[in-house]
Design a protein around this ligand. Structure first.
Ligand code: ATP
Length: 226
């Protein structure tokens, strides 16, 4: 596994962009540190953080897409290179990553290195996603280690990633799409949105689990408190 703390030194010639999709219900510092470290370790120009409108593989989000997007914007603030991307919220129907990647591929062109970043828990379900083979025609995959989420890979996933695994960012970037890199963060954080929603419901503090601006937004709006 690639250790995200070891950086590349030479500035890449082509554009490098990642899509980091999620429910962001709400965004927390586990998401944001992952995006920052991913960008630094792989020298990415941009990380598009894309809240799902209707996530296809899980329960509907607890609050509206607009509120999740607003918190994502607040959470990102002026962090260089991170983008709160509303393209899935403005599409009707299920938010398939394959459609979002196709949209980004069109925007950045065939020469760009396009990456789909997912946490390890999301990766374990990848074989059930919509058109998983197509994902690999459009992008490379970076799997971010997530504390507390381990476990054996399902058979279909093993088949899907066979011949695709690489060990270094250089090997990943040598192809515009189709390769898989596992990455360890230097600040892995066992934080989840599920836990944050539960704390809000119980009236407990969520300070320092989310950016201050997000904590204030949640306090004022009363979201997740029922
Ligand atoms: P929930 O608890 O509601 O399932 P979540 O905290 O897992 O939410 P999501 O919005 O579902 O957050 O996750 C978006 C992406 O971020 C997924 O790929 C997920 O694996 C990843 N991710 C979430 N939390 C972390 C974390 N603490 N560290 C690394 N990756 C994370």
């Amino acid at each position: 596994m690639f250790d995200g703390a070891s950086r590349q030194v030479t500035k890449p010639a082509s554009t490098r962009v990642a899509m980091f999709g999620g429910t962001y219900d709400p965004v927390h510092i586990g998401h944001l540190r992952s995006a920052v470290e991913l960008r630094e370790a792989l020298m990415l120009d941009h990380v598009h953080m894309v809240p799902a409108h209707v996530p296809p593989h899980r329960n509907d989000p607890a609050i509206s897409g607009q509120s999740r997007l607003e918190m994502l914007r607040l959470g990102i603030g002026d962090t260089p290179g991170l983008i709160a991307d509303d393209r899935e919220l403005s599409r009707n129907g299920p938010s398939y990553s394959v459609d979002t990647l196709a949209c980004l591929r069109e925007a950045y062109g065939d020469g760009a290195c396009l990456i789909m970043a997912v946490g390890h828990d999301a990766f374990l379900k990848l074989a059930q996603w919509h058109r998983p083979e197509r994902l690999f025609e459009l992008a490379n995959l970076v799997v971010i280690d997530r504390p507390g989420h381990t476990g054996a890979l399902p058979h279909e996933l093993v088949d899907l990633i066979r011949e695709r695994m690489v060990e270094t960012p250089e090997a990943l970037m040598a192809s515009p799409a189709g390769r898989v890199l596992r990455m360890a963060l230097s600040t892995a954080l066992p934080i989840s949105a599920t836990d944050i929603r539960a704390r809000c419901r119980r009236g407990e503090s969520i300070r320092y689990l989310v950016p201050d601006a997000v904590a204030s937004y949640l306090e004022v709006s009363g979201a997740y408190r029922e």
